[in-house]
Unconditional design. Structure first.
Ligand code: NAG
Ligand code: NAG
Ligand code: NAG
Ligand code: NAG
Ligand code: NAG
Ligand code: NAG
Ligand code: NAG
Length: 363
């Protein structure tokens, strides 16, 4: 009984394997760039109604607000919020790359229950985001048909940290719906069918396999986050937000704001990490009057125009900031703004110098 229920899906799954062996089929996302860890997204939907709390537990997401941010849901959404059948929820996962392939880290585990098969776990519980072969491979299960109730397995979800043509993107694992085409998916996610085909190692003419994940690159907002910051690379796609720097900072990405990440101090009173008793001040370096998220009024003394105090990452001790855009004609970062903030004092100094020169001349 146990075996027969397992054999049919096994056959069905293996069938296309002999026809074409595409990257989409194996569910492996290429990850060969210089960044070896990052946050990636998966699109999860369940055949049965569920709640955000269940999804948070299933995917071992530490804070519900990470899921809320990825879906741009209000912060006061409760964990009991119902999720309808086939409603897609975006879930941020920790991605690590090795051997040219990206997989989620070992946080996501599943404990086998009565009547579970690996096939059901892959297709039903995890909505087709992973194949049962991949679960078997990565957990070194010798015989996928022999699993026991109570056994715990790592669920290796597909992900990637690669840039796309030198541009930052958030990789999104999209489970292909029956009958949808590459062109439709490309249009839905703001990319093109050639890019999708190339990224997934398939010909753009090939029929997509339904219920398998496709690697979809979502354009990310550009940011000023330093590459040595603890949250680098901080990648957010359109219409999403995230907390960072021990929840002291909230960043959001909105395509209509020129695809630039905007960050501000969060209203969080207590940092999430007890190494910080309180959130460090996020005053802009070199421009004392400015705080993170503040924008200068147009400065008359520089060609820069308005500049923003932007988030530049964090370390164990501090939160970094930078004035953007950096002034090409200014000697040091922030000096353009410095001049604008303290211009009355500068004028006064100039008058003093001029006066001194005049006095010297007169003498
Ligand atoms: C990378 O691939 C090699 C050869 O396939 C294998 O021996 C090694 O264990 C793999 N490393 C990791 C970290 O998966
Ligand atoms: C790819 O997109 C182009 C332009 O949108 C379209 O003309 C072409 O038919 C598409 N190709 C496939 C295989 O979907
Ligand atoms: C980090 O950025 C600095 C300067 O922006 C650059 O010199 C350095 O090579 C970068 N390091 C890495 C690992 O990308
Ligand atoms: C960004 O997201 C908003 C809200 O969903 C949407 O209206 C807009 O079309 C998106 N813009 C791009 C360029 O994807
Ligand atoms: C939008 O961003 C691009 C590149 O980051 C920049 O060249 C352009 O000036 C920006 N436009 C506005 C209106 O800020
Ligand atoms: C600057 O930012 C601080 C902190 O976010 C805020 O309280 C203040 O109102 C801002 N000032 C201006 C002029 O935008
Ligand atoms: C808190 O921060 C320290 C230093 O950055 C880090 O080593 C530690 O892992 C963090 N703890 C948690 C729970 O994030």
């Amino acid at each position: 009984m146990e075996t027969s229920r397992y054999t049919l899906p096994l056959l069905l799954v293996s069938l296309p394997f002999f026809l074409s062996l595409s990257a989409q089929m194996t569910g492996d996302f290429k990850c060969s760039g210089s960044t070896s860890t990052c946050m990636s997204l998966v699109g999860y939907s369940s055949k049965n109604p569920t709640t955000l709390r269940n999804i948070q537990t299933l995917f071992a997401v530490k804070n519900l607000r990470s899921i809320l941010g990825a879906n741009n849901l209000p912060l006061d959404t409760t964990p009991d919020q119902r999720v309808n059948p086939d409603q897609v929820v975006r879930i941020p996962i920790h991605c690590s790359c090795s051997n040219g392939t990206g997989v989620s880290n070992r946080d996501i585990e599943y404990t086998i229950k009565k009547d579970d098969t690996l096939y059901l776990v892959a297709t039903e519980v995890f909505g087709g985001l992973v194949t049962y072969q991949k679960i078997a491979d990565m957990n070194k299960i010798p015989d996928p048909s022999k699993i026991d109730v109570g056994q715990k397995f790592w669920i290796p979800l597909p992900c990637s940290c690669d840039k796309l043509k030198d541009e930052d993107v958030v990789h999104y694992a999209h489970v292909v719906k029956e009958g949808s085409s590459l062109g439709e998916i490309a249009a839905q996610f703001g990319t093109d069918n050639m890019t999708l085909a190339q990224l997934n190692g398939i010909s753009s003419a090939v029929q997509l396999l339904a219920n398998y994940p496709l690697n979809v690159p979502l354009k990310a907002c550009s940011s000023s986050v330093r590459n040595d910051s603890l949250d680098a690379p901080l990648l957010l796609s359109n219409n999403s937000y995230a907390f960072t720097a021990n929840t002291c900072i909230k960043c959001s990405c909105d395509a209509s704001k020129n695809w630039t990440l905007s960050c501000e101090p969060s209203s969080q009173v207590k940092p999430s990490n007890s190494t910080w008793a309180t959130c460090p001040p996020s005053r802009c370096e070199g421009a004392e009057g400015l705080f993170l998220g503040n924008t200068t009024t147009t400065s008359t003394s520089s060609s820069c125009g308005p500049r923003t105090c932007a988030y530049a990452g964090y370390s164990k001790q501090t939160i970094f900031t930078v004035l953007t855009p950096t002034c090409p004609d200014s000697a040091s970062p922030g000096s353009g703004n410095y001049a604008s903030t303290f211009s009355p004092r500068f004028n006064f100094v100039l008058v003093l110098i001029q006066c001194a020169l005049l006095c010297l001349y007169l003498l």
